[in-house]
Ligand binder design. Structure first.
Ligand SMILES: Nc1ncnc2c1ncn2[C@@H]1O[C@H](COP(=O)(O)OP(=O)(O)OP(=O)(O)O)[C@@H](O)[C@H]1O
Length: 518
């Protein structure tokens, strides 16, 4: 990985940036762990403000400051929008890092650690979706999608490609506000699209066909493909294109979206890897068939997002103008959305792992002490503080038992089943796709196991909403099985045309304000 000079951040920053110490914060618990570092919930000791601290991982850097972090900081410093995470400041830890026994950690030329300080967000979309029995209402999906598109439109207008849109990078707070986060793979682009960019970006399941076919000249349309995948996932209840490796990913895309030709996608045959990866047979597009139970406006928008040719793919701005957002039921106002106990992907995964361990322990115990006539008391497994909680319940519901405190613990072992979702990090155990950009050759790298459920379209139809964890029968989608479900604030699905309920934030359809930055 390219690095900046040791000790140099090279940022035109105000003097206060980076001058405060981590001691100004009390770390509360770990809430995330990604490729580039751990994320902690923390409290500013003076103001008591709750923040998220993203520790910049330095252990792979022989010298200097990781270029990915520099990019992320530079880009975040110039983006200011309600739907983009706000980088508040950078703080440093003063001394050499010590382990839990107080021993100095070696091999790091930097004396201390560096943290990015963000406003705390209660959930990420993956964590929220993974809650048992989670159901999003249609206005809720519209509300999240609209905010996602507004944030992304703002990035694109400011010539920033996100390049890693996925559920765990969409943060949501308990006021219903969604923010784009994790700009670690983001970069600026110029409108002429002539610069050569790496095509090894975007988490596999959300990666568009042009990148899988080796394109290095691309633009905002790459993010819009990912948005289409997220949109379908929200409605369908589980990821729609869970490929295990790049060739399989492309196959899955073709099976859903049909095979491209020069007519449907001019220039496709000239893409670097087309000849190697061209489909062996012609497949017709099946988006309409597979998602036939979606609302027609949703399906129409999805078709435009999952368009193979990036030049014909809908832009964020045009998507915001789609009928989907302007027909009943309207998008919910964010503050009307239900509040939930905090849920980040890191924690929900961990809870599931603990649950599995508890179940296995229970099975073992049963084998060792068979007692056919008595019911065993439930095993109280350490780290299962919420076993009584129907955690899909919104917090506002007086009948929903609430957790007394945080549901997650500080230490998270790396390695199999650990939080590092990319093979590059040495973890083979996660059901997560290769993030790209850091891996080996096109099809040579180790590929992840799929932990989120089997084939996406069993029987060619909607099937059940098996849920993101696969097989638990509790999908969070608002697809057919849930369509009758009415939002928690009682919005019916068949109102009379455009009414007074229409997005307050947006004004009229053609006069939407996507923020105050234009
Ligand atoms: N401001 C925040 N508030 C609350 N949680 C956050 C915040 N920022 C990040 N997180 C949590 O930490 C997780 C990882 O953060 P982030 O994606 O920024 O790190 P990363 O190292 O780039 O991860 P990845 O490799 O998964 O992309 C997020 O999915 C989210 O659950």
């Amino acid at each position: 990985m390219a690095v900046a000079g040791p000790g140099q951040l090279n940022l035109d920053e105000s003097p206060s940036w980076g001058s405060r110490s981590i001691d100004c914060f009390e770390k509360l618990e770990q809430i995330g762990e990604g490729t580039y570092g751990q994320v902690f919930m923390a409290k500013e000791t003076e103001t008591k403000e709750i923040v998220a601290l993203k520790k910049i991982r330095m252990d792979n850097e022989r010298e200097g400051f990781p270029i990915t972090a520099i990019r992320e900081i530079k880009i975040l410093k110039k983006l200011h929008h309600q739907n983009v995470i706000n980088l508040k400041e950078i703080v440093t830890s003063p001394g050499p890092e010590r382990d839990e026994q107080g021993k100095q950690i070696e091999g790091n030329k930097y004396k201390g650690s560096i943290y990015m300080v963000f406003g705390y967000m209660d959930h990420d979309l993956t964590g929220l979706s993974d809650r048992p029995a989670m159901r999003f209402s249609i206005p809720q999906v519209k509300c999240y999608m609209r905010q996602l598109l507004m944030g992304l439109h703002y990035c694109h207008i400011n010539q920033v490609l996100h390049r890693d849109i996925k559920g765990s990078n969409l943060l949501i707070d308990n006021h219903g506000i969604l923010k784009l986060a994790d700009f670690g793979l983001a970069r600026s682009f110029s409108n002429d699209h002539h610069a050569n960019l790496t095509n090894r970006v975007i988490t596999l399941w959300y990666r568009p066909p042009e990148l899988l076919l080796g394109s290095t000249q691309y633009g905002p349309a790459v993010d819009m493909w990912s948005v289409g995948c997220i949109f379908a996932e929200l409605l369908y209840g589980k990821p729609i294109l869970p490929g295990k490796n790049e060739p399989e990913q492309l196959t899955k895309i073709f099976e859903l979206c049909g095979t491209p030709d020069e007519f449907s996608w001019p220039g496709v045959m000239k893409l670097p890897w087309y000849n190697n990866l061209k489909p062996p047979r012609v497949i017709t597009r099946r988006v309409k068939e597979v998602f036939k139970h979606f609302d027609p406006h949703a399906l129409d928008l999805l078709e435009k997002m999952l368009t193979l040719d990036p030049l014909q793919r809908i832009s964020a701005k045009d998507a915001l103008d789609a009928d989907y957002f302007w027909t009943d039921p309207p998008p919910a106002e964010p503050h009307t959305l239900p509040k939930y106990e905090s849920s980040h992907e890191f924690q929900t995964k961990k809870k599931r792992q603990q649950q599995r361990q508890a179940e296995e322990a229970a099975k073992r115990q049963k084998v060792q002490h068979p007692h056919p006539h008595a019911r065993l008391p439930p095993i109280q497994h350490q780290g299962q503080p919420h076993s009584q909680i129907r955690s899909g319940q919104p917090m506002g519901n007086p009948h929903a038992p609430m957790a007394p405190g945080p549901s997650h613990h500080y230490t998270k072992p790396r390695g199999p089943g650990g939080p590092n979702r990319y093979p590059q990090g040495g973890n083979q155990g996660r059901g997560y796709p290769n993030r790209g950009g850091q891996g080996g050759g096109y099809s040579s790298g180790p590929y992840p196991q799929q932990g989120r459920g089997p084939q996406p379209y069993p029987g060619g139809g909607m099937g059940g909403t098996g849920g993101p964890s696969g097989g638990n029968g509790s999908g969070y989608g608002v697809g057919r099985p849930n369509y009758q479900q009415v939002g928690p604030y009682g919005v019916s699905g068949s109102g009379p045309g455009r009414g007074s309920n229409y997005p307050q934030q947006g004004g009229s359809r053609n006069q939407q304000q996507y923020g105050n930055w234009q």
